[in-house]
Design a protein around this ligand. Structure first.
Ligand code: NAP
Length: 246
């Protein structure tokens, strides 16, 4: 597909779900991958082993993206190991769904801290490195919730709409320096995140998917590889929906 030979990637939330699929897909194209985890140490280490079996290089690093100091030490550790970061995938994300009137302050704040502030912090840190390298590919995980809104997700939709605004702004700031920044907006993808939803909510969402099926993490990962590739050098500030037509 697209060659990422010699490229070094940092994928937040790379231990499971969509992040794992992206980490594996980047490695399959030849990239070295820093698999960043928060709680899933064992799963992140398993991803590293899978990547090594492919003949590529990988490391697992613990980082809560909502913590600026942890982001700083993580980026420093990846730089020490790989010497460069060509591809940043801001995939880490959480949901804390509730109806607006029942939503607690901490449910709003936690989602913004992980999904939006975490994306900002990692992008600010890594773009400094990319500017020196005069090369970079930033891929942010938004969501169809951030594009169209979703009942019960005022916090999550706000964070993911924020990611879109940030993506377009960063794209404009860095376009002249050979650094692109794009967003993926998945629909209903089978992962732990969607497993946790009530059956009725899942049925309601599925009924609104023209493709009449859920998506797979690998289908999101394929689009991430495109945005991360050298070939996508003239594509920036874009939001690609991977949603079966939602
Ligand atoms: P998931 O299965 O719930 O996995 C979430 C990932 O995020 C885990 O790897 C987790 O790491 C990591 N994470 C969460 N909070 C973190 C923090 N504070 N610091 C570092 N890592 C953190 O979710 P997913 O479905 O794969 O979703 C991945 C991304 O796609 C998210 O941004 C999500 O919003 C977005 N998305 C998903 C869907 C979907 O249908 N699944 C649709 C649209 C958008 P640990 O396990 O190590 O804690």
């Amino acid at each position: 597909m697209f060659s990422l030979e010699g490229r070094c990637a940092l994928v937040t939330g790379g231990g499971r779900g969509i992040g794992k699929a992206i980490a594996m897909a980047l490695a399959e194209q030849g990239a070295k991958v820093a698999v960043i985890y928060n709680g899933s140490k064992d799963r992140a280490e398993a991803v590293v082993s899978e990547i090594e079996e492919l003949g590529s290089e990988a490391i697992a690093v613990k980082c809560n993206v909502a913590d600026v100091a942890e982001c700083e030490s993580t980026v420093a550790e990846v730089m020490e190991k790989f010497g460069r970061i060509d591809i940043l995938v801001n995939n880490a994300g959480i949901t804390r769904d509730n109806l607006l009137l029942r939503m607690k302050d901490e449910e709003f704040d936690d989602v913004i801290a992980a999904n939006l502030k975490g994306t900002f912090t990692m992008t600010r840190l890594v773009s400094k490195i990319m500017l020196k390298q005069k090369y970079g590919r930033i891929v942010n995980l938004s969501s169809v919730s951030g594009v169209y809104g979703n009942a019960g997700q005022a916090n999550y939709a706000a964070s993911k709409a924020g990611v879109i605004g940030m993506t377009k702004s960063v794209a404009k700031e860095l376009a002249g320096r050979n650094i692109t920044c794009n967003a993926l907006a998945p629909g209903f993808i089978e992962t732990d995140m969607t497993d946790a939803m009530p059956e009725k909510a899942k049925e309601a969402i599925l009924a609104s998917v023209p493709a009449k099926r859920t998506g797979k993490s690998e289908e999101v990962a394929a689009a991430a590889v495109f945005f991360a590739s050298e070939e996508a050098s003239y594509v920036t500030g874009q939001v690609l929906e991977i949603s079966g037509g939602m």
